[in-house]
Design a protein around this ligand. Structure first.
Ligand SMILES: C[S@@+](CC[C@H](N)C(=O)[O-])C[C@H]1O[C@@H](n2cnc3c(N)ncnc32)[C@H](O)[C@@H]1O
Length: 299
């Protein structure tokens, strides 16, 4: 593969000239890291030691072509490099599924906290988890790695997304503790209804009319099946919550990600479904983006 060797100041001047075409510096530096293998520390060194020599794992020409496609056709950089760092892994990504978002990483921390409310407790050794609307398989990969003794189920309506999830699970969580299912939300898990201890879902939650107003990098390149949540954005949350009391095991947890302005509505849906310990949780900006609840132990 062609590589590049040049001075730090030449690289910075080249970077500046490409940023004049458009796009964000933070995205350009992400491309340098993911395709050029130029880490954060090396990036800082460019400015401190402008005379130093830099090695990139790609040619400047290749990087220019990728940046040009990103700026002119709004192709997500993750699609151009085919990979995306997420939690402690690097996932394969493609137009078949949503690019996993950083905020969704928190859903895993929240889920593990539900299973292990205090530091002194251990995670349960066995159980059943499900990731409904798995997309690239990001959440399923994280659960399979965190809960190795558990049985896992990842569901999606999209066959293409499931193929991507399969590739990620095979390479990042190779133990045979997970199964993929094509179908709608709880429906393919009917044989397991009443036995699922932990369910995570980042469903499509954008109100239909807002989808057309999204940035082209999202609207034109990510599957609309992963984005639109119906007229008010809550159709998928309603389906997930209404099935939860039957499908969860007694005491089992449901954790959902939702849009920035849906917290109250989702909490009401969870309470109305008869779930208990209903709580909202914020993202790193302090915005309530997650909701959790559990099935009561006794009815
Ligand atoms: C917002 S994406 C989330 C993907 C992945 N979990 C993540 O966090 O990156 C929502 C996913 O739900 C899937 N989906 C949409 N409708 C569905 C349905 N009725 N049943 C199952 N999955 C569905 C989409 O195909 C998409 O992969």
């Amino acid at each position: 593969m062609p590589t590049t060797r040049c001075s730090a100041q030449d690289l910075l001047a080249w970077r500046q000239s490409l940023l004049m075409q458009g796009g964000r510096a933070v995205d350009f530096d992400w491309l340098l890291m993911m395709r050029g293998d130029l880490g954060w520390a090396a990036m800082q060194k460019l400015r401190i030691l402008p005379e130093s020599t830099v090695h990139l794992a790609a040619s400047l020409h290749d990087l220019e072509l990728l940046w040009h496609r990103h700026v002119t056709e709004h192709v997500p950089l993750q699609h151009l490099v085919g990979r995306c760092p997420w939690r402690d892994v690097e996932l394969q990504v493609s137009p078949a599924a949503l690019i996993p978002r950083q905020e969704t990483e928190l859903l895993i921390d929240l889920a593990l906290q539900c299973l292990k409310p205090s530091e002194s407790e251990a995670l349960p050794q066995a159980g059943v988890w499900a990731d409904l609307g798995t997309g690239s398989g990001a959440l399923a990969v994280a659960l399979a790695r965190s809960l190795p003794g558990w049985e896992g189920h990842a569901v999606d309506l999209s066959a293409e997304a499931l193929e991507l999830a399969r590739a990620n699970l095979r390479s990042l969580a190779p133990s045979p503790c997970w199964t993929l299912h094509q179908g709608s939300w709880w429906e393919p898990l009917e044989p397991w209804w009443g036995t699922v201890h932990l369910v995570v879902s980042n469903p499509p939650y954008i109100p239909r009319v807002q989808v057309q107003g999204l940035e082209p990098v999202v609207r034109d390149h990510e599957p609309h099946l992963a984005l639109s949540g119906g007229d008010d954005g809550l159709d998928c949350c309603r389906a997930l919550i209404s099935g939860a009391p039957r499908a969860l095991a007694p005491g089992g947890w449901l954790l959902l990600e939702h849009h920035h302005d849906q917290s109250e509505a989702v909490l009401v849906l969870l309470r109305d479904a008869g779930l208990e310990a209903v709580q909202a949780r914020p993202d790193l900006q302090g915005v309530m983006r997650f909701a959790l609840a559990r099935r009561p132990l006794r009815r």
